[in-house]
Design a protein around this ligand. Structure first.
Ligand SMILES: NC(=O)c1ccc[n+]([C@@H]2O[C@H](COP(=O)([O-])OP(=O)(O)OC[C@H]3O[C@@H](n4cnc5c(N)ncnc54)[C@H](OP(=O)(O)O)[C@@H]3O)[C@@H](O)[C@H]2O)c1
Length: 290
């Protein structure tokens, strides 16, 4: 059992980690609202007493929204300050949630892939990692987790929109050859954190569910749950390019492949099982069952 300090406990990820990790560890939660152990106004000024007797700090604070200044404050300054305080308090390990966005639009990502962010969010997450490592110094084991899009437990709004669209309209379009993407089930994150703590693994950890999602595969799942025929119309990629001009990030998340080779294989639920549950709960919630 370890003493954990969970920063950003009211984030979707933090809330889920808290629920899962608190059954086997002592978890002290830090947040700006809600039922947390340490209430703060700003994650850059967590009181020093919060770090007392802590073995591992887990940081879930991060945002992809807002101005460049906001991204810098939340994604760079927060981890830097947390690392500074953790070092002063003698914390042994930091598990920090970064993002796959540090790789930009790279199609295949494994441990040898070099970060090449191409969005402000990606840049800020990479700067945050570097600031954290620099401030933590050699005394602290820094474990950086770079997940793809996370789904479940309130996460996964893009994939939820896609599922709702398919269920309502009964069709979707895909480029010839379809799209293959990795995702991470929110339930699979606590086992990853526990493996990192047990092994005291430094460096970057890539996470992803076992398996890949294709648009045709997702349509089959929606069809199964909604009990409605979902057609996927395959079109030449050029037909989809107007969307790329309108919104590169939306085009990319729908129609570009991105596959991760995870550091820990076979952690938790497979993508197919996870997505089946996700689609089922979404469609029940929306009463879109036909
Ligand atoms: N969800 C994903 O698909 C995904 C994928 C890859 C990486 N990640 C990373 O995983 C971590 C958790 O993600 P999540 O989806 O669970 O996030 P979330 O639910 O949106 O919560 C974001 C967290 O960051 C804090 N935060 C956001 N904006 C802030 C601001 N302007 N000032 C101060 N604090 C702010 C929030 O604090 P309050 O609760 O106090 O508002 C909360 O703790 C983040 O670092 C994210 O970058 C997420």
């Amino acid at each position: 059992m370890a003493n954990l300090l969970l920063i950003g406990a009211t984030s979707s990820l933090g809330a889920r980690l808290c629920a899962d990790l608190a059954t086997r560890h002592s978890v002290r939660t830090v947040g700006r609202r809600g039922n947390v152990n340490v209430l703060v106004k700003d994650y850059r000024t967590v009181p020093a007493s919060a770090f007392d007797q802590i073995d591992v700090l887990v940081n879930c604070v991060g945002t992809h929204a807002g101005s460049v200044d906001t991204l810098h404050q939340v994604n760079v300054e927060v981890p830097r300050e947390l690392a500074r305080q953790a070092r002063a308090a003698g914390v042994g390990q930091i598990v920090h949630f970064s993002s796959l966005k540090v790789y930009g639009y790279e199609e295949r990502i494994d441990e040898t892939t070099k970060p090449r962010p191409n969005t402000e969010y990606g840049h800020s997450k990479l700067r945050g990692e570097n600031a954290l490592v620099e401030e933590a110094g050699p005394e602290i084991t820094v474990s950086i987790v770079r997940p793809p899009a996370i789904y479940g437990g309130g996460s996964g709004s893009n994939i939820a929109r896609l599922v709702r669209f398919m269920a309502r309209r009964g069709f979707f379009v895909a480029p010839y050859g379809d799209v293959r993407r990795s995702f991470a089930n929110i339930e699979n994150m606590a086992p990853v954190v526990e493996q990192l703590i047990a092994a005291r693994s430094p460096g970057v950890t890539l996470v992803a569910d076992r398996g890949e999602m294709t648009l045709a595969g997702l349509a089959r799942l929606v069809q199964k749950i909604a009990r409605r025929r979902i057609r996927v119309y395959c079109v030449p990629r050029q037909f989809l390019l107007p969307l790329r001009i309108l919104s590169r990030s939306l085009y990319n998340s729908l129609f570009e492949s991105q596959i991760v080779t995870p550091t820990f294989q076979n952690v938790g639920k497979s993508l197919e099982d996870g997505l089946l549950e996700f689609v089922r709960s979404l469609l029940q919630e929306q009463e879109l069952k036909f």
